[in-house]
Design a protein around this ligand. Structure first.
Ligand SMILES: [Fe+2]
Length: 297
């Protein structure tokens, strides 16, 4: 794995509409093919009040309403990775609007790891079959007339992919805004050195390419932002910009990760997202439960 395994076409400029989920600082996107009514949804959110065990769909409903209002045809629901900080709204949106659900092929590694941690039985398949498409590095797919490419960018998790569509790239948690640096690399299957190399891959995309983040936390009190460029990240990213070396990055990342608490929603998120955003199966009485592994994480 080294350079970018496809040639981006920067003359194609998809229309990107962002939806910010304040409780989890997640940004979801509707990406529209500029030459047709086809679109994709990237990293949607299902709402949870974890203390109450209550699931709702206000955020996903906003995305559905937008797609309907603009008479778009939803062709893809993309997960950049198995999120540990929010639950995916993809199956709910797919149920209303159709489209295919895709994630990186290393979802199987994530399913194996967390299938064990949550002591799931044979009901839980670890072959990625909950998704419609498992992307390999360099794979392409169509959104109307727009060709999208998947690029494997592991490190935050083993299944992380960056999706490139025309002059826009959706980096998931591979990068944050320049003043936010990078995401943690200490979840099971994460690795700081791998993350550094994946980031270098993203930074080797053309400088003028637009980059869209999955998260922003408004560091130092600034307003929430989610869009930058490759050139801006190369120059200004506080963790990997300018002359940051791999060893310095790894030392910084590992020291910092050791201080971070687990994300508030990691336990429900992983149980649901490893199932492509579906809740665990109902019990004999028709009730749904989420588990809490004691000292398991
Ligand atoms: Fe993440």
């Amino acid at each position: 794995m080294s350079s970018v395994p496809f040639t981006p076409d920067l003359s194609i400029k998809p229309e990107v509409t962002a939806f910010f989920d304040a409780p989890t600082n997640t940004i979801s996107y509707v990406v529209k093919d500029p030459s047709s009514d086809a679109c994709a949804v990237i990293d949607s959110v299902m709402d949870i009040d974890y203390a109450a065990g209550r699931i709702t769909y206000d955020g996903a409903d906003r995305i559905i309403a937008y797609i309907r209002e603009h008479n778009l045809k939803l062709e893809w629901l993309i997960e950049t990775h198995v999120h540990a900080d929010h639950l995916s709204g993809a199956p709910y949106i797919q149920g209303k609007l159709g489209g295919k659900l895709g994630i990186g092929e290393n979802i199987t590694i994530v399913q194996d790891t967390f299938g064990k941690i949550f002591n799931e039985g044979t009901e839980f398949q670890r072959d990625g079959s909950q998704f419609d498409r498992l992307f390999k590095d360099g794979d392409s797919y169509s959104i109307g007339n727009l060709t999208a490419y998947a690029m494997h960018t592991p490190g935050h998790t083993p299944a992380c992919m960056t999706h490139v569509m025309g002059d826009a790239a959706f980096v998931g948690d591979t990068l944050f805004m320049p003043d936010g640096g990078s995401a943690r690399a200490d979840f099971p299957g994460g690795d700081a050195r791998t993350l550094y190399r994946s980031i270098q891959r993203v930074l080797s995309l053309p400088g003028e390419m637009r980059l869209f983040m999955c998260h922003d936390y408004g560091p130092n009190g600034r307003e929430i932002q989610w869009e930058t460029t490759v050139a801006d990240e190369r120059e200004h990213n506080i963790h990997v910009g300018k002359d940051a070396t791999e060893d310095a990055f790894v030392a910084m990342r590992e020291a910092r990760d050791a201080t971070l608490a687990m994300p508030r929603l990691i336990i429900p998120s992983l149980q649901v997202n490893m199932r492509a955003g579906r809740l665990p199966p109902k019990d004999d009485d028709g009730n749904v439960f989420l588990k809490v592994p004691v000292n398991g994480l």
